[in-house]
Design a protein around this ligand. Structure first.
Ligand SMILES: Nc1ncnc2c1ncn2[C@@H]1O[C@H](COP(=O)(O)OP(=O)(O)OP(=O)(O)O)[C@@H](O)[C@H]1O
Length: 239
């Protein structure tokens, strides 16, 4: 299976600090690929480097084309939609205005966004700052779907959300991934188990493991060693 995105020897140095020491990562052409690792392992820096938001070296190949040296606006134009960790939603604008700001194509895919997130249609006049965390996450992911992107990158979309909302976001990610492949940074391993096919695990700014997500999570010793989890897994996501 040819990966949609291939990252090789990705390195990031910020203010003289070596943050990534050579990350290798393949994103499958379908479904969800999870990027895992303990706190501070370098997951957010990796996706920010893929997006060109931090200075980086190494190779990033999207669908056969090298994008590792491109500035962010050109990475975005190549078809990577990014939902950042802080969601980047404009609180003082309505849902409709937040979506409109993200339009890039001449025919933005509102039917797709409203099919996946009927709630955004129903709440289009509501100020985004008054939405719940889960609804704001839907705006952040919805924006990435407007423009016919080839890949969606979502950085910890369930961070800080209540368990019931985590389940909702898990559903959303599973539905999104039926249309567009997703690279998902996630700490909630129950969610990863439910939605991810492949995974890469980072440790100390390097790739420590790559493979099947379910197989890794089923291997208690490997999960403990790589992810720091063992007998007390994260609460289940409601099926
Ligand atoms: N701009 C920066 N300046 C200095 N250090 C940074 C910067 N950005 C990240 N780091 C450091 O690099 C390491 C990796 O951070 P990063 O946010 O990529 O990790 P992460 O795996 O996403 O962590 P978490 O799961 O806690 O969000 C951390 O030790 C962090 O403190």
């Amino acid at each position: 299976m040819t990966p949609l995105l291939s990252v090789r020897d990705l390195r990031v140095v910020i203010d003289g600090l070596h943050i990534l020491h050579g990350v290798d990562l393949d994103v499958a052409p379908t479904g969800v690929t999870a990027l895992l690792g303990r706190n501070g392992a370098g997951k957010t820096t990796t996706v920010r480097a893929i997006m060109g938001l931090v200075p980086r070296t190494g190779s990033v190949v999207l669908d056969g084309a090298e994008i590792g040296g491109l500035p962010t606006h050109r990475v975005v134009r190549r078809g990577i939609g990014y939902a950042p960790e802080d969601r980047g939603v404009f609180a003082g604008l309505t849902v409709a205005e937040n979506l409109r700001l993200a339009e890039r194509d001449s025919a933005p895919a509102y039917p797709l966004v409203h099919r996946l997130f009927p709630e955004l249609k129903a709440r289009e006049k509501q100020l985004a700052g008054t939405l719940s965390g889960g609804q704001q996450q839907m705006v952040a992911i919805g924006r990435t779907l407007l423009n016919g992107n080839r890949l969606i990158v979502a950085d910890e979309p369930t961070k800080g959300l209540a368990p019931r909302i985590v389940t909702e976001v898990a559903d959303v990610l599973a539905r999104v991934a039926e249309t567009v492949p997703v690279l998902l940074v996630e700490q909630n391993l129950a969610l990863v188990r439910r939605v991810a096919g492949h995974c890469a695990v980072l440790a100390d700014g390097r790739t420590a493991h790559r493979g099947d997500a379910a197989a890794l999570l089923a291997d208690e010793e490997a999960a403990r060693r790589l992810l720091g989890v063992g007998r007390h897994p994260a609460p289940e996501v409601t099926p």
